[in-house]
Design a protein. Sequence first.
Length: 365
Amino acid sequence: MEIFKYMETYDYEQLVFCQDKQSGLKAIIAIHDTTLGPALGGTRMWTYESEEAAIEDALRLAKGMTYKNAAAGLNLGGGKTVIIGDPRKDKNEEMFRAFGRYIQGLNGRYITAEDVGTTVADMDLIHEETNFVTGISPAFGSSGNPSPVTAYGVYRGMKAAAKEAFGTDSLEGKVIAVQGVGNVAYNLCRYLHEEGAQLIVTDINKEAVQRAVDEFGAKAVDPEDIYSVECDIYAPCALGATINDSTIPLLKAKVIAGAANNQLRETRHGDQIHEMGIVYAPDYVINAGGVINVADELYGYNRDRALKRVEGIYSNIERVIEISKRDSIPTYAAADRLAEERIERMRNSRSQFLLNSQHILRHRS
Ligand SMILES: NC(=O)C1=CN([C@@H]2O[C@H](COP(=O)(O)OP(=O)(O)OC[C@H]3O[C@@H](n4cnc5c(N)ncnc54)[C@H](O)[C@@H]3O)[C@@H](O)[C@H]2O)C=CC1
Ligand SMILES: CC(C)CC(=O)C(=O)O
């Protein structure tokens, strides 16, 4: 991978490599775009096949956050971190503290939160070193684990997509295939079960599957069978790129609506599902609940205010569908248009000089 070429093509601002020998920290912070404000995005810990795969993931996820934050109406830019390692074996206190110091060194250009492989406890360790972290324990007046709120947003967005496909937003009796029943999808399944949906679930973690079977009466299938099951809605809630050349021909669903980031392997896969008449709820629009929730901490966390905003994911999905129809483009492209137009508007808005604490004139004020 030619890193600078890639960064130039997709207009990235900064890529930071963090190494701490004692704790074993190997982290990559990617900052995509800070036009709207400081970059906010979670930290993923994962066992990558190669350093290149980790860099690519950080870059792709960071760009996704720029679009997610913009489309959600937040005054935040996009960034993301990946830590290379196995979250079950390789974590230690020094690692997250060392990582916290790296974040502090960015002086507010990047604010972190949880993602796959990291927890509230990890954020609390980061918080020992920096205030540029969200999703820390509620005991600190913070919002805690974002996953249940992400799930609520996905549930709301799924209803809006269902309305478009089936003429009603009721999910009662709908068969929903959920891929990955981790932190977000477990909570999503609860909403869906309460509304009377029939669940088909899969996960590489057998205990997670069993919990969904026991608590929600879900039917379990093997991971490779989830694409081809007879269902109304496919909810990808594990990792990205599951909508691709191999899986698209297998899909029976009329709606794709799930929590995973970067669901389309390539944009042409978004074109393909659009041509097939599948209503696709773009990943970064439907899964913005978590970031909306943690971003609320920046104003002094108020759960009711955050949930009210997350509810609006329903109307945001409706808006994306409207743009898609108006401009005859797939929904993923409509979402990009929504986000890019907001960033451009803010970039071009007239700015008047205001004296701030950094300016050379500050001592004269
Ligand atoms: N946690 C949050 O608030 C947010 C999460 N997301 C995205 O949603 C997705 C899920 O996030 P979490 O629930 O937090 O992660 P998680 O790690 O708790 O859950 C993911 C689940 O997927 C399973 N899985 C992994 N590979 C699989 C495969 N090939 N087949 C079936 N299952 C597989 C894992 O065993 C795990 O149970 C991720 O893509 C994440 O980036 C997006 C926005 C916010
Ligand atoms: C988990 C969120 C708090 C932020 C994030 O990284 C995301 O939405 O993907």
